[in-house]
Design a protein around this ligand. Structure first.
Ligand code: PRP
Ligand code: MN
Ligand code: MG
Length: 182
C-alpha cells in the first residue's frame, strides 16, 4: 500500500483544527448539560475518532455506548432505510442522549436514527457531528453541535473511510484521482 499522505489531494482540516474545535464543542456540551449525566452514543464505525477525542476533551465522566447501522438496499447508500447491525447495550429511557457522528451527508442515516432513539423514551436526543455537508443534506435536521461545514466533496480521514481505508488518517482531506483509478 502507498503512503497515505501521498494519496491525499488536499487537506481540509488539520489535526490542530480538529482538536481545537472538539475542545470548544466539549466545553459547550458541558455548559449545556451542567448537572445532568449525558450518554454519548457513537455511530460505528466512522465516529470512532470523534468519540475518542470529544469524550476525552470532557472534564466530567460520560457514559458511552455504540450503535452500528447499515443502509439497506439497491445501489446508492443512504436510502434512508436503515437496519441495526449492533444495538445499544443499555436502555436509554429517561436519559439525555447525545448522538456522536463523524459526518452528516444526506442526513438520512441520522434522521432514521434520531427517530429510532426518540421512540425509546429518552429525556432528550441531540446530535454532535464533526462535519456537515449543507449542500448534500436531503432532510431538515436539528443538529445541536456542528464542528465544521464542508463542501459537497468526498472526504476521508479521522474516522471517515474510502472502502474501509484511510480512517486512520489524522487529518480530513480529499483523495487524489489516482486512488480511484485502480
Ligand atoms: C457514513 C458516515 C455517517 C453516514 C452519513 O457512514 O459515517 O454515519 O455515512 O451519511 P448520510 O448522512 O448520507 O446518511 P457509513 O454508512 O459509510 O458507515 P461507516 O461509518 O462505517 O463508514
Ligand atoms: Mn458512519
Ligand atoms: Mg463509510
Amino acid at each position: 500500500p502507498s503512503d497515505m499522505g501521498s494519496d491525499l489531494e488536499s487537506v481540509l482540516l488539520t489535526e490542530q483544527q480538529i482538536h481545537d474545535r472538539l475542545a470548544e464543542l466539549a466545553a459547550e456540551i458541558e455548559r449545556d448539560y451542567a448537572g445532568r449525566e449525558v450518554l454519548f452514543v457513537g455511530v460505528l464505525k466512522g465516529a470512532l475518532m470523534v468519540m475518542a477525542d470529544l469524550s476525552r476533551a470532557m472534564t466530567h465522566s460520560v457514559e458511552t455506548d455504540w450503535m452500528a447501522v447499515s443502509s439497506y438496499g439497491s445501489g446508492t447508500k443512504s436510502s434512508g432505510v436503515v437496519r441495526i447491525l449492533k444495538d445499544l447495550d443499555r436502555d436509554i429511557s429517561g436519559r439525555d442522549v447525545l448522538i456522536v457522528e463523524d459526518i452528516v451527508d444526506s442526513g438520512l442515516t441520522l434522521s432514521w436514527l434520531m427517530a429510532n432513539l426518540a421512540s425509546r423514551g429518552p429525556a432528550s436526543v441531540e446530535v454532535c457531528t464533526l462535519l456537515r455537508k449543507p449542500d448534500a443534506m436531503k432532510v431538515d435536521l436539528k443538529l445541536r453541535y456542528i464542528g465544521f461545514d464542508i463542501p459537497n466533496e468526498f472526504v476521508v480521514g479521522y474516522g471517515l473511510d474510502y472502502a474501509e481505508r484511510y480512517r486512520n488518517l489524522r487529518v480530513v482531506g480529499t483523495l487524489a484521482p489516482h486512488v480511484y483509478a485502480t
